[in-house]
Write a protein that binds this ligand. Structure first.
Ligand code: AMP
Ligand code: MG
Length: 370
C-alpha cells in the first residue's frame, strides 16, 4: 500500500489546503481506512472506533496483541455519552478539569462499543486530546476514533511523523504530519470504576495533579523491567495468563533495538558506574550509547560511548518526557548495541518517564555508596 503523507499544522486548519487534507483523512476514516495523526502526547494510529473491521486492521498494522484494548478519542466531552453506560459525577468533574488533555478515563461501556475495541472488557477507555489537528480530524470524521500509538507494537512510541513512517510506512493509508508532539509520553490511564480511582498507566497528567483534585488516587503499580517472555508482539497473545486490569501493561513496550540497562541511584555514582560499564562493553567490541542529562554530558566525553544523548536539563521533567522516545530511536538510527541510561527523578511527569524506561530496560541496576 502507498502511504500518503500530508503536512497539516494547527495554523493550516483555516487554509483551503488544510481543510481539504482533514476532509480527505476523515473520509478515509469513514471508509474504514487507517490514518496516523498527531496528538499532544504521541502520534495515534486512528480508525473508525465503531467499525469492527477498521479497528481490527489497527491490530494487524501494528502487530498488536488482540487483548490489548484501545482508547476511543472524541472531539467534545458530550461525545462520550453514547459510548458509556453512564457518566458518573466524578468522571464529569475529571473531564471538566483535565479535558482536553492527556488523561484517559476507563468507564463501563455501552453496547455501541465493539468488543474488538475493548478486548472483550466491560469497560472502555475514552479521551479528548488537546491537539487542534486531532480534534479537527475527529470532528470531521463524525465518529469516535480508536487510536493506539502509531508505532509497531513493542517499539518506542512516535513523537514525529518520521517515527510513524519508519514503523508504519506502507501499512497505513495516510499519515498527517503535525510536527513534533509536545507532551511526548502517552496519556495517563485512570480507572474511574473503583474508589478511589486507580492510575493504570502514568502519563501526561501527573499523580500529584490527580491527588490534588480527587483527594486520594491508587496506583500505579511499578512495572517489571524488560520483556515479558512470550509477550513480544510477534509472538501474539501469551498463553494462559491472568487478565490484568490494564491489559496492555503486561507486554514489552517502548523498546529500542539495542538492549537498555537502566541505572538508578545517587547521580555521581550512577555516572561513575555507567562510565565503567561503558568501558567494559567497549572492550567487548560493543557500540555503546549513553542516555543522560545536559549537566552530565561532560562527564562522559572522552569515554567509551559512541553516542551521547541528553534528555535535557536534569530538573526539567517535561523536557525529558518530550524528548524520551526520540532519544531512544536515535540510538537505533546510530546502530548502538547497548544503551546505558540514567534514571530520572520520579516526581511529576518523571513517574511516566521512569515507567517507560523501566519497561524498555532489559536490566535495572540500583547502585548505592558503601
Ligand atoms: P496505547 O493506546 O497503545 O497507548 O495503549 C492504551 C492503554 O490503555 C493500554 O495500556 C491499555 O491496556 C489501556 N486500556 C485501554 N482500554 C482499557 C480498558 N477498558 N481498561 C483498562 N485499560 C485499558
Ligand atoms: Mg502504545
Amino acid at each position: 500500500m502507498n502511504t500518503r503523507l500530508v503536512k497539516v499544522r494547527a495554523a493550516d486548519l483555516d487554509s483551503e489546503a488544510g481543510r481539504k487534507a482533514i476532509a480527505d483523512a476523515a473520509a478515509g476514516i469513514r471508509a474504514g481506512g487507517l490514518v496516523a495523526f498527531p496528538t499532544e502526547t504521541v502520534y495515534g494510529l486512528g480508525a473508525n472506533g465503531l467499525d469492527e473491521d477498521a479497528v481490527a486492521r489497527i491490530f494487524v498494522a501494528k502487530g498488536r496483541p488482540q487483548d490489548n484494548p484501545l482508547i476511543l478519542h472524541v472531539a467534545a466531552p458530550d461525545e462520550v455519552r453514547p459510548l458509556l453506560k453512564a457518566v458518573p459525577a466524578r468522571a464529569e468533574r475529571l473531564m471538566a478539569r483535565f479535558w482536553p488533555g492527556p488523561l484517559t478515563l476507563v468507564l463501563p461501556r455501552s453496547p455501541l462499543v465493539p468488543d474488538v475495541v475493548t478486548g472483550g472488557l466491560d469497560t472502555v477507555a475514552v479521551r479528548l486530546p488537546d491537539h487542534p489537528v486531532a480534534r479537527a480530524l475527529i470532528a470531521a470524521a463524525g465518529v469516535p476514533i480508536a487510536a493506539p500509538s502509531a508505532n509497531l507494537s513493542g517499539r518506542p512510541s512516535p513523537t514525529s511523523a518520521d517515527h510513524v513512517l519508519a514503523d508504519l510506512g506502507g501499512r497505513v493509508e495516510m499519515v498527517i504530519d503535525g510536527g513534533r508532539t509536545t507532551v511526548g509520553v502517552e496519556s495517563t490511564v485512570l480507572d474511574v470504576t473503583t474508589n478511589p480511582p486507580a492510575i493504570l498507566r502514568p502519563g501526561g497528567v501527573t499523580r500529584e495533579q490527580l491527588e490534588e483534585f480527587l483527594g486520594a488516587v491508587a496506583g500505579p503499580e511499578s512495572p517489571a523491567p524488560g520483556a515479558t517472555p512470550g509477550a513480544k508482539a510477534s509472538a501474539g497473545v501469551p498463553a494462559a495468563v491472568e487478565r490484568p486490569r490494564a491489559p496492555g501493561m503486561k507486554y514489552t513496550h517502548y523498546s529500542p533495538a539495542a538492549s537498555l540497562m537502566l541505572f538508578i541511584g545517587p547521580p555521581d555514582l550512577v555516572v561513575r558506574t555507567i562510565n565503567e560499564r561503558a568501558a567494559a562493553e567497549g572492550r567487548e567490541g560493543r557500540r555503546v550509547g549513553i542516555l543522560t542529562v545536559d549537566e552530565h554530558l561532560g562527564a562522559y566525553q572522552g569515554g567509551a560511548a559512541t553516542l551521547l544523548v541528553s534528555l535535557g536539563p536534569a530538573d526539567d521533567g517535561r523536557a525529558a518526557a518530550t524528548n524520551l522516545f526520540g532519544c531512544l530511536r536515535a540510538f537505533d538510527i546510530q546502530g548502538v548495541d547497548v544503551i546505558l541510561a540514567e534514571g530520572v527523578d520520579e516526581a511529576g511527569i518523571g513517574l511516566a518517564v521512569m515507567n517507560r524506561l523501566r519497561k524498555a530496560a532489559t536490566r535495572v541496576i540500583t547502585v548505592d555508596w558503601g
